[in-house]
Design a protein around this ligand. Structure first.
Ligand code: GSH
Length: 230
């Protein structure tokens, strides 16, 4: 039997893994019907994983193979498990998923950072808090306290950033069409990160994006719901 390990990210509570990129991989593995063991790891222990293989998670060990980066992991799974349900629906799907990744990374992630960064700090252990504060304050050019004071405005402005997704969902049930593909899991990962760390209510009850997110939470026996909202 293949040993498949997904190294993911957690704060003090190992039962609440929260990394967006790791959630993408959880859904990709479930989509392919592949068993795995998840090992949630605090930030400052990531560099020691698998003899220093990667500075970031997710890391997937699949037997003797080690793969880093969520998109590369999805490509690897597609290539090595071609008989399982497709994550991309062909080469065009791979290219278009890259657009969804860049949209998520450049528009959605900064917006979520504005909402959740101080909350993330608060769920980390002491060593991680020191690392997180200094690395994030340097990256953002602002203190975590300053970020926290902008939280309400960030929540209020969030839903509008997803207007292209909202309009797309008027044509189809998932970004992938009638059924979800990796593109859905990319955006799901971002919203799941916010749900678990900040629990912010960013959508009105009838917002198609919120309804799509609920559909994603239902996938694969509700694996996304196995971790409750903050
Ligand atoms: N492009 C990478 C990004 C991975 C990434 O940034 N992971 C974060 C957790 S969400 C991480 O491990 N950060 C380590 C750190 O900031 O020290 C992917 O898609 O997997």
């Amino acid at each position: 039997m293949t040993t498949r390990i997904l190294y993911s990210l957690c704060g003090t509570d190992e039962s609440r893994p929260f990394s967006p990129h790791c959630w993408k991989v959880v859904l990709a593995l479930r989509h392919k019907g592949l068993d795995f063991v998840e090992k949630p790891t605090p930030f400052t222990r990531i560099p020691a994983l698998e003899d220093g293989f990667s500075k970031t998670v997710p890391i997937l060990r699949d037997g003797n193979e080690l793969i880093r980066d969520s998109f590369d992991i999805a490509l690897y799974l597609e290539e090595h498990y071609p008989d399982r349900p497709t994550l991309f629906g062909g080469e065009g799907g791979k290219a278009l998923s890259r657009f969804v990744e860049r949209f998520s990374q450049s528009i959605v992630h900064p917006a979520i950072t504005g909402i959740a960064v101080a909350d993330i700090h608060d769920i980390l252990g002491e060593t991680d808090q020191v690392y997180f504060r200094s690395s994030r304050e340097k990256m953002l050019g602002r203190s975590l306290e300053d970020m926290r004071s902008g939280r309400d405005a960030a929540v209020a402005g969030f839903a509008a950033k997803l207007e292209p997704v909202r309009q797309t969902l008027a044509f189809q049930t998932f970004l992938g069409g009638d059924a979800p593909l990796f593109a859905d899991y990319i955006l799901f990962g971002a919203l799941q990160w916010m749900r678990i760390t900040a629990g912010a209510e960013v959508f009105t009850g009838d917002d198609p994006v919120g309804l799509w997110f609920e559909r994603c939470l239902d996938l694969f026996d509700g694996v996304g719901r196995s971790v409750t909202a903050a």
